[in-house]
Design a protein around this ligand. Structure first.
Ligand SMILES: Nc1nc2c(ncn2[C@@H]2O[C@H](COP(=O)(O)OP(=O)(O)OP(=O)(O)O)[C@@H](O)[C@H]2O)c(=O)[nH]1
Ligand SMILES: [Mg+2]
Length: 364
């Protein structure tokens, strides 16, 4: 038996999906049992309906107040970045307590409390959340939480994938692309640790993705190579970095923003499942704009996302395959696929999207 511990944000189920070697679909009966136990749970839990969780109270009465950006959540207060980029600690007005706030949220705050706050808490009070331009989320880890929010109002998602340690696997890249499309973010792939492979190695793992005209940027933070294009792209943009633990997100942040001095890990912890970065970090850049460093993820669940997104992720396949890819055998000689693993990947994401959370009232 595996003794690996699963932490918040990591479900055993989702973990398996990115590892073709250990990937085995659960049988129908098993899946049914899981659904039933989830339905039983439904009665004990508060209303986490997907739509209501993402609905924000109307900010109209508070538009005369100053706007700020939420950059970190604590249990009883939040940190705000003000227009001059200084940081202020604030508590939340009562009516916001049920709202899922996330890094990047634009809020309105009152310098004096509009309702009673305990004296040991910040007297500055967040009273409204502005509508979000974009909302990056992934499928929830269990049936209680339909979505896990990653950040609000970002412009781009850069998924980091290392050449080795951990190994380069396209699965997470396709997942990240799906989440970026759903959220309306520009998607780029940042290959890290390029120095760990020979220059002659063309990284054939990425060939299928290269054919899709995706933006792929190869970097080595260790050698300072390939960083300039990233710095140019960062100008006046809010960019969120995601990727497995240990791929080098924080090391890349430090190379791009020498003043950031973000904590990075050493290789000894690789495979232990422990992350070096434990909460999303909001990092203003000297190029204008912001980088958001996030904790390493095991995988990005697409559970409950709209299957129509797959047409954009897998444009090389005909529409009827996207509609239902289940009957196809990727290794069937008649299909003669250049990249059969792409079809496998489509099948996996398609199945996973159909696993609706019992609390999701709607896809999307
Ligand atoms: N050779 C080489 N090693 C690198 C490079 N970038 C990062 N590393 C190493 O990879 C390890 C992990 O780096 P981190 O930056 O902590 O990884 P992370 O993605 O932030 O990890 P989490 O915070 O756990 O999600 C460290 O030992 C780094 O020194 C690189 O460009 N080349
Ligand atoms: Mg990190």
């Amino acid at each position: 038996m595996s003794t690996r511990k699963y932490r918040l944000g990591q479900s055993r189920h989702a973990d398996d999906l990115d590892r073709p070697d250990s990937y085995a679909r659960e049988g129908k009966a098993q899946s049914k049992r899981r659904q039933q136990s989830a339905e039983r749970l439904l009665t004990d839990i508060e209303d986490h309906d997907a739509a209501s969780m993402l609905t924000l109270p109307d900010p109209a009465p508070w538009m005369h107040l100053e706007e700020a950006t939420l950059i970190q959540r604590h249990s009883q207060w939040v940190d705000l970045e003000l227009a001059d980029r200084s940081i202020l600690r604030a508590s939340l007005a009562g009516k916001l307590k049920g709202v899922k706030l996330v890094v990047g949220d634009r809020v309105r705050y009152s310098p004096v409390p509009i309702e009673y706050v305990e004296s040991n808490l910040p007297q500055v009070q967040v009273v409204a959340i502005m509508p979000r331009h974009t909302l990056l989320k992934r499928g929830g880890i269990d049936d209680r939480e339909p979505w896990q929010l990653i950040c609000a109002n970002a412009d781009e998602l850069w998924v980091c994938a290392a050449v080795v340690d951990p190994p380069l696997r396209p699965g997470i890249l396709e997942r990240a692309q799906t989440l970026a499309l759903a959220a309306g973010l520009t998607f780029r792939i940042v290959v890290t640790k390029r120095d760990r492979a020979s220059v002659k190695d063309t990284l054939p793992e990425l060939d299928a993705l290269r054919e899709q005209d995706l933006s792929i940027l190869e970097t080595s933070a260790a050698k300072g190579a390939g960083l300039e294009p990233l710095q140019t792209l960062l100008k006046d943009r809010t960019v969120v970095l995601v990727g497995h633990s240990g791929v080098g997100k924080s090391t890349l942040v430090n190379a791009l923003l020498p003043d950031a001095k973000v904590k990075t890990g050493d290789m000894s912890k690789y495979g232990t499942g422990r992350q070096t970065t434990t909460a999303a970090r909001w990092l203003p850049t000297p190029y204008g704009g912001t980088l958001i460093d996030t904790p390493g993820i095991r995988t990005l669940s697409v559970r409950g996302f709209d299957r129509s997104l797959l047409a954009q992720v897998f444009p090389e396949f005909p529409g009827d395959w996207i509609e239902d890819p289940t009957g196809l055998d990727p290794f069937d000689d008649n299909l003669d696929l250049d990249y059969p693993e792409r079809l496998q990947s489509l099948q996996r994401l398609w199945e996973e999207m159909g696993e609706r959370n019992p609390n999701q009232s709607s896809y999307k």
